[in-house]
Design a protein around this ligand. Structure first.
Ligand code: K7E
Ligand code: CUA
Length: 682
């Protein structure tokens, strides 16, 4: 509870400032509440259902089931959720943080899209730098300020979430971001220099040694070299990139990262092996036909061309071997990145294929690592591959090769089971009792089915147990820690693409629908619908809330979130000043309830202004904003945070600056003036 001791320390600061008594009173009221929530008052257990409750249910037309669902999801004021969802924000480019079972939105983490509330790339030099470091490597305007986020991946230790970092990909531009879960802020964005779109990202190896990213739509390698579609087979490539994660630094180390060249088969989702299958990666693909579309030229459209064959290829990649080959220098360099050529990958035994029926999408490894489950979107089955059988088949030698020379294992040698689950299966999660949960898109259900030995040793292995309808068109599903080595069961959430009639109409663009499902009983029960009114989430991970240990305030005053350390340039109390040197102006500013210091900044038109602003507060939630009207600048300064603002004072006039977070009774008075004297030519 650093915020609590912070209050006491802040009382000392108060002597230094002349603050109106009112603001002080409001502040101390805030202090008194600290550490108060969730403190152990004895629970008041309801003894039977009182008539008043029955009356409410009657008046509101609620069934017994509705009341039960309400009780299972209600979190009283000041109590916390048991689980946290990290949801991709789709084309909002962000990540949503949601509590389970309440399904309350706790935060949107700014990632690839400027976000003014958090001051993300809307004024602070540090966040602007992080965002633009993922810009396009070519072109006159390299700006990328939107993204299509698909798959978040929490860091893992021995295959279990450890709550330290979160990765997420941008499908639209092949970027990967790193979010630090100490302050829930994006720390790094990496643009793949050789691929333009990704999808099989982000997935981590069991100790987060690597973050996996595969290309979605094949393009020439590198992506900005031109090759006509007639040269598709020769010039277009897929790429699996393994980004080395440096946990100490909390950053991807691009110099220790490498890619593996793949045929242009449109690699889709991936999962890393775990336990027995640690060291391997499994990725689906959907265009073994190598169709190039061209409906306007009389060719079959992509959707038909890509669905001609009965099967596509599951890619089986030995990443430990690939790492050895990379370290031995058997790579080519392209745009500063290391690539293992396809021929080398084949020779070294890094890459194998096996058929997956009917345009597969998801691929998911069971918690024990023994099975790999792949689902064909146009199939009614989930196909289960045995890891041991795959290894035996590799040892035995593949009977066939694809047209690039990649060994193709015999399907019948490696399949453990094909489970009939429904039309359009996509993604699979797991519980702690040997069950799998597969989202079934076309029929809009979540299907629960039994795995087989050794992970499930009861009666009727590899059979469907039950299906629950969802509203509507489920994409991914997530269950509590359901893709780790130790799933929790309890809850799943169906991530539905369409909501149609579930919410009050808000115009033709409908929200997505997250549906919370209780899986703890014999029957799955739908508990709650949560509209997602911004972007289209794809994948989500659900972590136990107590694994997250976020800071409540920054650990020291002057902290720079970009470096996660005290900025030596940060303004300290008593050192507020304005230094002018020719046409450069340096402002050292502090922010505290309820004033900025300095309050007047007078510069000449054309001056280059750099401001170091520190929020010197130590109280929890005492955030200040800093906006300059007309200069397109807004920051969020969390307690202890220091940030840098750079701008050119190119517009003459008088520009109020003010605090954009309602921080105290005298918040409106927390302002100042930027006075820009016109230059000689204006
Ligand atoms: Cu939407 Cu995982 Cu990108 Cu399936 S993906 S739904
Ligand atoms: Cu500081 Cu409002």
């Amino acid at each position: 509870m650093s915020g609590y001791t912070g209050c006491k320390r802040y009382v000392r600061y108060l002597g230094l400032f002349f603050l109106p008594i009112l603001a002080f009173a409001v502040f101390m009221a805030g202090c008194n509440n600290e550490g108060g929530e969730n403190e152990g008052k004895p629970a008041q257990l309801a003894a039977g259902v009182p008539d008043s409750v029955k009356k409410i249910a009657e008046e509101r037309g609620l069934s017994e089931k509705d009341v039960e669902a309400a009780l299972k999801t209600y979190i009283p004021s000041g109590k916390f959720d048991d689980y946290v969802l990290f949801a991709s924000g789709g084309h909002s480019g962000q990540v949503f943080v949601i509590g389970v079972p309440s399904m309350r939105l706790l935060k949107t983490i700014a990632v690839f899209t400027p976000e003014p509330w958090q001051g993300w790339a809307t004024g602070s030099a540090e966040t602007h730098e992080i965002l633009t470091s993922g810009d396009m490597p070519i072109g006159e305007d390299r700006t990328l300020n939107w993204a299509d986020t698909h798959h978040p991946a929490l860091t893992e230790t021995n295959g279990d979430y450890d709550g330290q970092f979160l990765f997420i990909n941008d499908k639209a531009n092949a970027r990967v971001a790193v979010i630090d879960l100490r302050d829930f802020e994006t720390k790094q964005i990496v643009k793949n220099p050789n691929t333009i779109s990704d999808h099989g990202a982000t997935f981590v190896t069991p100790n987060s040694e690597y973050v996996i990213e595969t290309t979605q739509y094949a393009t020439p390698l590198p992506f900005y070299e031109f090759a006509s579609l007639d040269e598709y087979k020769e010039k277009y490539k897929g790429l699996a990139t393994l980004y080395k994660f440096d946990r100490e630094k909390g950053r991807i180390d691009e110099s220790a990262s490498f890619s593996i060249e793949l045929p242009p088969y449109w690699q889709d989702l991936c999962d890393a092996g775990k336990k027995v299958s640690d060291g391997w990666i499994f990725c689906n693909s959907i265009n073994a036909e190598m169709a190039t579309g061209g409906i306007n030229e009389g060719n079959p459209p992509f959707e038909a061309g890509i669905s001609q064959r009965e099967a596509d290829y599951l890619h089986i990649i030995n990443w430990k071997k690939a790492e050895e080959v990379f370290k031995a220098g058997k790579t080519k360099e392209l745009n500063g990145a290391h690539i293992i050529p396809l021929d080398t990958a084949i020779e070294e035994g890094i890459l194998y294929f096996v058929d997956v029926p009917k345009s597969p999408h998801g691929v998911d490894v069971t918690p024990d690592g023994n099975f790999i489950i792949a689902s064909g979107k146009l199939d009614t089955h989930a196909t289960v591959y045995s890891f041991n059988k795959l290894m035996d088949a590799i040892k035995k030698g593949a009977p066939e090769k694809d047209e690039f020379g990649v060994p193709v294992l015999a399907f019948d040698d490696v399949v453990e089971a094909q489970v009939e689950i429904g039309l359009g299966p996509l993604h699979t999660q797991f519980d702690s009792d040997g069950n799998a949960y597969t989202s079934v898109f076309i029929e809009s259900t979540l299907a629960k089915w039994r795995l087989g030995p050794p992970i499930y040793n009861g009666p009727d292995p590899w059979t469907l147990v039950e299906k629950i309808p969802v509203q509507y068109n489920i994409g991914h599903a997530v269950c509590a820690e359901g893709d780790t080595v130790s799933p929790d069961g309890k809850y799943c959430v169906a991530l539905n693409k369409w909501s149609i009639d579930r919410f009050l109409p808000v115009g033709p663009l409908h929200p997505q629908n997250f549906q919370l499902i209780d899986i703890s009983g014999d029957k799955m029960e739908l508990l709650y619908d949560m509209p997602i009114g911004v972007g289209e989430p794809h994948y989500v991970q659900m972590i136990k809330a107590d694994k997250l240990k976020p800071w409540l305030v920054y650990p020291e005053v002057g902290f720079d979130p970009a470096t996660m350390s005290v900025d030596p340039e940060a303004t300290t109390v008593g050192n507020e000043k304005i230094e002018i040197d020719g046409n450069t102006v340096r402002v050292s500013m502090s922010a505290i309830r309820s004033h900025f210091n300095p309050e007047h900044i007078t510069v000449n038109q054309g001056d280059k202004v750099t401001m170091y602003i520190t929020n010197v507060e130590r109280a929890r939630d005492a955030t200040h904003g800093f906006a300059i009207d007309g200069y397109n600048i807004n920051l969020s300064l969390e307690p202890g945070e220091s940030t840098k603002v750079e701008f050119s004072a190119d517009k003459p006039g008088v520009f109020p600056f003010y605090c954009t977070e309602f921080c105290s009774a005298l918040h409106l008075e927390m302002m100042g003036y930027l006075l820009v004297k016109p230059g000689p030519g204006s």
